[in-house]
Design a protein around this ligand. Structure first.
Ligand SMILES: Cc1cc2nc3c(=O)[nH]c(=O)nc-3n(C[C@H](O)[C@H](O)[C@H](O)COP(=O)(O)OP(=O)(O)OC[C@H]3O[C@@H](n4cnc5c(N)ncnc54)[C@H](O)[C@@H]3O)c2cc1C
Length: 298
């Protein structure tokens, strides 16, 4: 039987860095991490969080862990949350995740607010020794000539990784909405890709997603508004309002490729605007609801 593409790694916190008011960078280490890998710059992983009292002891072992985890009762089922593998270095036995703290409202934000060196979690991440296709990433710009990358703070780790991965001749724009000006980070990006940070502070743009929505629409009006042909024929159907995640399979051969991630309502609105109002082919737009206002991940 082949090895699964993803597997749980038992890791402990090696270092914590408060990168900015909203972002905590956690370096995890373990000898087990010799096999960890990532397949795309926005590689997603799952973090299994300890329960008070029992820690990680009730998390099911074995390849069928997911089915068994789902059958567990609330008191013994460890919370699992999705994060971006900001960096991994199997030789150094290290992986890095940038967590956004958002108060005391969920197990992951609670965990990171109290985390200390030596704390243990499980991280479900790709296994380099597996021949199974692990997937777990969306960024597939193909041969697109114009890149539109947009997201809120939860997408910042993925967007910064995407920007770092771009070839020197890449061209386009990245919009990153963050809670405050202090959350703006240094970014490595090709000269042809404009990086626009959108701090949310200030009365007009204080609500989540407002600045991102406005700036992406402005950019699209200037660059795509009257050029349906350049961005492809109209897609026809609108996004299903219940669909919060759509990653096209088809390879983009030219023109626009858009990658949009963040709060589900905000990304759905932007995807709808690009596809329905401006006629961008749906196959050019990857959009991902990374979280949904008012709803826990599971
Ligand atoms: C592919 C993918 C990659 C992701 N990468 C990252 C990453 O690298 N870093 C990162 O910080 N997040 C990332 N996220 C988002 C993260 O999974 C969610 O924010 C998650 O809900 C946090 O779990 P929690 O236990 O803190 O809150 P939950 O228990 O899931 O939610 C509790 C409450 O908090 C709200 N909430 C959740 N997230 C936020 C937020 N950011 N701001 C305000 N309210 C929120 C929910 O609406 C809910 O009301 C990613 C998500 C996906 C799907």
């Amino acid at each position: 039987m082949s090895k699964p593409g993803y597997r749980p790694y038992s890791v402990r916190v090696a270092a914590l860095e408060q990168v900015s008011p909203s972002f905590t960078r956690v370096r995890f280490t373990s000898d087990d991490l010799a096999d960890v890998t990532r397949h795309g710059p926005d590689q997603r992983v799952k973090v299994v969080l300890p329960l008070p009292g029992t820690g990680l002891s009730s998390f099911p072992a074995g390849d069928d862990w997911y089915a068994r985890w789902r059958r567990q009762g609330d008191r013994e089922r460890n919370p699992i949350r999705t994060y971006t593998l900001r960096h991994c270095d199997p030789a150094a036995r290290e992986l890095v995740v940038d967590f956004v703290a958002h108060g005391d409202t969920g197990p992951a934000t609670r965990w990171v607010s109290r985390a200390a060196v030596g704390d243990e979690v499980l991280v479900l991440a790709p296994d380099a020794t597996s021949t199974d296709a692990a997937g777990g990433y969306a960024w597939q710009p193909g041969r697109a000539s114009t890149l539109l990358v947009a997201g809120d703070e939860t997408a910042v780790p993925a967007i910064v990784s995407i920007l770092e991965s771009l070839p020197d001749d890449a061209s386009g724009v990245a919009f990153l909405e963050v809670p405050s000006t202090l959350d703006v980070q240094p970014v490595v990006a090709p000269a042809g890709v404009a990086v626009r940070w959108l701090p949310r502070e200030g009365e007009e743009t204080a609500s989540h997603g407002v600045a991102l929505d406005r700036e992406v629409r402005r950019w699209a009006a200037r660059h795509l508004g009257c050029s349906r042909v350049a961005v492809g024929a109209a897609a026809g159907s609108d996004a299903d309002p219940e669909v919060l995640w759509e990653v096209p399979d088809a390879e983009v051969r030219d023109g626009l490729y858009a990658w949009i991630a963040g709060e589900a309502g905000a990304v759905t609105g932007l995807r709808r605007h690009l596809v329905r109002d401006l006629g961008v082919e749906a196959s050019r737009v990857a959009f991902m609801g990374y979280w949904k206002a008012g709803r826990a991940e599971n």
